[in-house]
Design a protein around this ligand. Structure first.
Ligand code: HEM
Length: 160
């Protein structure tokens, strides 16, 4: 069973995540596309999960909804870091978490997808901020992402 108990998340780790997100925010559209293009490079079949990509004639990088999801993953991971430091756990509003769990379950997201998205997220940050990227920054984003995903997975079951 996966546990939602947080390992300790320090103030320094929170600061690393917040600082790097602040440095990337202004380019979030471009970075969002890069992020998900990486995901689809590694796992082309993941495109099928997105209803707005399946039926779309628009090239991937012109699809505004793709950016929205990518930026959501960034922002929620950043919020997760803040909460981990403050509360020692991820506190996405109960109703939102249930919705997130149910929607990802419904479209067929599996563990491997979360792994690919994690890898692509870390690569995107590394490429965006080569001058401040560090093992500690990687670890902080990884932990914030893993804890958020653990919370989502705990609600990945058919909605009642
Ligand atoms: C939808 C967030 C990871 C695929 C959504 C939505 C949010 C979201 C907020 C909108 C619907 C809702 O509120 O439930 C996140 C976060 C993630 C994550 C925070 C990780 C921390 C993933 C992964 C995949 C994925 C790993 C698969 C590669 C999708 C798909 C939809 C969706 C296919 C439905 C889009 C549509 O067709 O409208 N996600 N997501 N997500 N997500 Fe994620």
């Amino acid at each position: 069973m996966s546990t939602l108990e947080a390992r300790e998340f320090t103030e320094e780790q929170e600061a690393l995540v917040v600082k790097s997100w602040n440095a990337m925010k202004k380019n979030s559209a471009e970075l969002g596309f890069k992020f998900f293009l990486k995901v689809f490079e590694i796992a082309p079949s993941a495109q099928k999960l997105f209803s707005f990509l399946k039926d779309s004639k628009v090239p991937l990088e012109q699809n505004p909804k793709l950016k929205t999801h990518a930026v959501t993953v960034f922002v929620m991971t950043c919020e997760s870091a803040v909460q981990l430091r403050k509360a020692g756990k991820v506190t996405v509003r109960e109703s939102n978490l249930k919705k997130l769990g149910a929607s990802h379950f419904r479209v067929g997201v599996v563990d491997e997808h979360f792994e690919v998205v994690k890898y692509a997220l870390l690569e995107t940050i590394k490429e965006a901020l080569p001058e401040i990227w560090s093992p500690a920054m990687k670890e902080a984003w990884s932990e914030a992402y893993d804890q958020l995903v653990a919370a989502i997975k705990s609600e990945m079951k058919p909605s009642a």
